[in-house]
Design a binder for this molecule. Structure first.
Ligand SMILES: [Zn+2]
Length: 109
């Protein structure tokens, strides 16, 4: 997998969503993981664990997206519980991130 740190502006420009991390599968080519370079170090590392779990988990391909997300958060918690909490806390205190989650819940991906 290829990890590319990006700014918030680059993430918004590329995906139109305020993601902290994003895994892009590209068929037979290695997946690309984009991660916000402006995150606190501990959050960056935790998001990297999250996206690495996504890369190595094919539940997404089976359509089990919620399970895929659950497993990524579980991997984060296992690697660094405080880092996972810090990531969740940053999301819960950021209106743009809350909007992203609400859209995911009510409009799906
Ligand atoms: Zn995820």
């Amino acid at each position: 997998m290829l990890v590319i740190p990006v700014t918030k502006a680059e993430m918004l420009d590329k995906f139109q969503k305020p993601y902290y991390g994003y895994t892009q599968f590209q068929g037979k080519l290695q997946p690309i993981v984009y991660i916000r370079s402006d995150l606190p170090k501990r959050v960056y590392e935790s998001v990297l664990v999250h996206e690495t779990q996504h890369v190595n988990d094919n539940a997404f391909l089976d359509g089990r997206v919620w399970y895929w997300e659950f497993r990524a958060y579980k991997a984060q918690a296992k690697a660094d519980f405080i880092g996972m909490l810090q990531t969740v806390w940053m999301s819960l205190t950021d209106p743009e991130r809350i909007k992203l989650y609400l859209k995911r819940v009510f409009i799906r991906f």
